[in-house]
Design a protein around this ligand. Structure first.
Ligand code: WQD
Length: 344
């Protein structure tokens, strides 16, 4: 019998790619999502990609009674991958309570209900944002946690602590916290990808929308940083590679391979690329010219961060594989597909 995994936020960007990888690896998936930043037709596209339709329930993780009923309706869930969260840094500064409520209470509800329903494992979506500007690069999991730059970032830090404290209290839960760097790209079929609401905040959706003519010009936020070309440096991780890390984390929990009850892994490529480098690679690998201009720095940006993924490479046997060129081409193919579908 297939092992059953609950994926919260499973119609979202990283969630949908992960559902497909779980299905490809023989897991049965139940998705819950409140559709606040995604749509139910993602379930159709998941089915087109994997050939399997996952169970889907529209449900908010803030709804404790609803979650309780969900675990009763789908007995035998063995582990959860918890993606569902609000994730816009700027919005979190304006609406901190929305962020604290959504992101903290959702996790609390799940951790609270897991023992009652015999769910033993959870993989949590954390972020490299917990490192702030690291003193040493590439950054390892042992680097100190810096004061968060935004309420969003703070929710990731607090949620890591909530998991640690819950497990330390003796709750029968095994957890893996995955600290993502900058996920980009789309599924090679162009059936799944990132669909930002309104004006994109993140770099790659802004690049592809500018290339498409939806946005007039890309603004590069700062070229006076202490980096070789003056623009910020990030570790851009392909979303399918990232999705695969989740499947490995689930396998590891369910097969009792963990060395600690809570483990933390960086999920990045180990390669830092500047914003300007990324723009040029996009232009070269797609053949599309980008209209861009340098503007002043964006408040709250970290100058440079990239992962030391050695621990994930060795312990999980996971490694980022996609080339940056293929990844950017996949983002562009997804943008073209959206136009075909009349979405943007
Ligand atoms: C990347 C670089 C910008 C847009 C944030 C969160 C992080 C993670 C991903 C999830 C920066 C520059 C961007 C633009 C630009 N979580 N940029 N022009 O800020 O590294 O990380 O998103 O949801 O937790 O903090 O990602 O894509 O916004 O920016 O020049 O129009 O691109 O200044 O240097 P960031 P990003």
């Amino acid at each position: 019998m297939k092992k059953k995994i609950l994926v919260t936020g499973g119609t979202g960007y990283i969630g949908s790619h992960t559902v497909v990888e779980l299905q490809n690896s023989g897991y049965e998936v139940v998705i819950i999502d409140n559709l606040s930043n995604s749509s139910a037709d993602v379930v159709d596209n998941i089915e087109k990609v994997s050939g399997i339709r996952p169970a889907f329930e529209e449900l908010d993780c803030l709804d404790y009674a609803g979650l309780d009923a969900l675990f009763t309706k789908y007995p035998g869930i063995e582990a959860i991958i918890h993606f569902a969260a609000s994730k816009a840094v700027g919005e979190s500064v304006e609406k901190p309570l929305l962020y604290y409520r959504n992101n903290l209470v959702s996790l609390i509800n799940l951790l609270d209900l897991m023992p009652k329903h015999g769910v033993g494992g959870i993989v949590f979506s954390s972020s490299c944002t917990v490192y702030g500007q690291p003193d040493v690069l590439p950054v390892t999991e042992k680097a100190p946690i810096k004061k968060a730059e935004s309420p969003y970032g703070n929710t990731k830090q607090i949620n890591e602590e909530i998991v640690q404290d819950t497990v330390a209290s003796g709750s029968p839960i095994n957890a893996i916290l995955l600290r993502y760097f900058n996920p980009i790209g789309a599924h090679p079929t162009a059936l799944l990808g990132e669909l930002p609401n309104g004006v994109p905040q993140n770099l790659v959706p802004y690049i592809t929308q500018t290339a498409m003519g939806i946005r007039e010009k890309l603004s590069v936020f700062g070229d006076d940083y202490n980096t070789p070309d003056g623009s910020c440096i990030r570790d851009f991780i392909n979303v399918v590679d990232l999705a695969k890390a989740h499947v490995i984390a689930i396998d590891r929990i369910l097969n009792g391979k963990q060395k600690e009850k809570v483990e933390i892994f960086n999920v990045g490529t180990g390669r830092g690329l500047s914003v300007l480098e990324l723009i040029h690679i996009f232009e070269e690998s797609t053949g599309v010219k980008l209209n861009y201009q340098i503007v002043s720095r964006r408040a709250g940006d970290i100058e440079q961060v990239w992962a030391d993924p050695a621990f994930a490479n060795e312990e999980l046997g996971w490694k980022a594989e996609a080339t940056i060129e293929d990844t950017l081409r996949s983002a562009w193919a997804w943008q073209l597909k959206l136009r075909e579908r009349g979405i943007q």
